[in-house]
Ligand binder design. Structure first.
Ligand code: AMP
Ligand code: MG
Length: 334
């Protein structure tokens, strides 16, 4: 009996050790958070390469911003085009610009990534203010995606005062690059958020929160169940200020240069592509529920629209996959 007990103890210890080794070697995890691309990036990774992959994600976001997408970093491709009025883009950036120009066209100009001069006047990031009307009209006259010509990878601005600003799509583009890195690694599951855009990677159903437009970060009004995808939310709560009892936010109507005021507070778009989820969440916000739903459907994407009067409109999203967690919100009759 004594011998049997020893054998059992040895086997148990061996199994426990094997499990520990398995967990340590094969089921590694990483949880990291840092600032990049003017926002907070967080990554939860599961799988053998988690630590290595977390470092890659940090490298990707830093490099993409400073060398490619940023319009303030002096070493970036976009900065160079804005300065020189033209440039030969790297093939990746050329492809992204082509896709974004298509979103500009398909949205009838509601999405327009040449509003940099107008955004600068509002200065949402640093010293927000309501711009002078004449200055706004001037900046608006120098914006417009029709002023861009992309021929192969040659990008030209017909108006030297136009300012390319990829703020509405850059975070989603980063998710696509991060997904490529995750796919090449031995990470099995990943949840990576770059500001309001999140990559859900792996073979399972994920739950993502739709943020409470009136509450701070970490407060949600609904839970969405989705498979592997990119989910981006554009919200009027992201960058905003109040002046004389009026609220101003960073999503601009390209026709007026003023913040979009159409009764929406946020739009969430679900797509396989990070670029599309991000660009379309902004485009759908500007377009409003009806035209936004059509655009999302044209791209095979799903969308959730939240209105100021606390109604939730679904476009291609079944009610089975969304659970309202704040009872002051209700589904709109559609
Ligand atoms: P997002 O949070 O992804 O909706 O992006 C908002 C950012 O995109 C703003 O901070 C501006 O930099 C830029 N932006 C504002 N209005 C537009 C618009 N109508 N089309 C494209 N980009 C815009
Ligand atoms: Mg966006």
């Amino acid at each position: 009996m004594k011998k049997a007990a020893v054998i059992i103890a040895v086997i148990s210890a061996a199994v426990a050790a094997a499990l520990l080794i398995y967990d340590g070697v094969f089921m590694k995890t990483a949880n990291v958070g840092f600032f990049a691309m003017n926002t907070y990036v967080s990554a939860e990774l599961k799988g053998a390469d988690s630590q290595k992959c977390a470092q890659k994600i940090s490298d990707i976001t830093a490099r993409l911003d400073t060398e490619v997408l940023s319009r303030t970093s002096e070493n970036s491709e976009i900065h160079s085009v804005n300065q020189n009025g033209s440039g030969v883009l790297g093939s990746e950036l050329g492809g992204w610009i082509a896709e974004l120009l298509q979103v500009c066209k398909k949205s009838g100009g509601a999405f327009d990534f040449t509003l940099g001069g107008v955004s600068d006047l509002w200065s949402f990031g640093s010293n927000p203010r309501v711009p002078d009307g004449q200055a706004l009209a001037d900046a608006l006259s120098h914006s417009g995606y029709e002023k861009l010509t992309l021929s192969g990878n040659n990008l030209t601005l017909s108006d030297r005062a136009a300012v390319i600003d990829l703020g509405a799509a850059g975070k989603g583009i980063a998710l696509d690059k991060i997904k490529e890195a995750v796919e090449k690694s031995r990470v099995s599951h990943a949840v990576v958020s770059v500001g309001g855009s999140v990559l859900l990677y792996g073979d399972k159903t994920f739950t993502v929160g739709i943020r409470d437009p009136e509450g701070g970060a970490g407060r949600y009004i609904a839970k969405l169940s989705v498979e592997q995808s990119c989910v981006s939310t554009s919200g009027s709560y992201e960058q905003s200020f109040e002046k004389d009892g009026r609220k101003y936010h960073h999503i601009l109507d390209p026709e007026t240069g003023y913040p979009v005021d159409n009764g929406l507070v946020s739009v969430t778009v679900i797509s396989e592509s990070g670029l599309l989820s991000d660009a379309l969440s902004t485009a759908c916000y500007v377009l409003g529920i009806e035209r936004g739903s059509k655009l999302a459907a044209e791209y095979g994407c799903r969308a959730v629209f939240i209105t100021q009067d606390k109604k939730i409109y679904l476009s291609g999203v079944s009610r089975d996959v969304i659970e309202i967690t704040d009872n002051s919100y209700t589904f709109a009759e559609q």
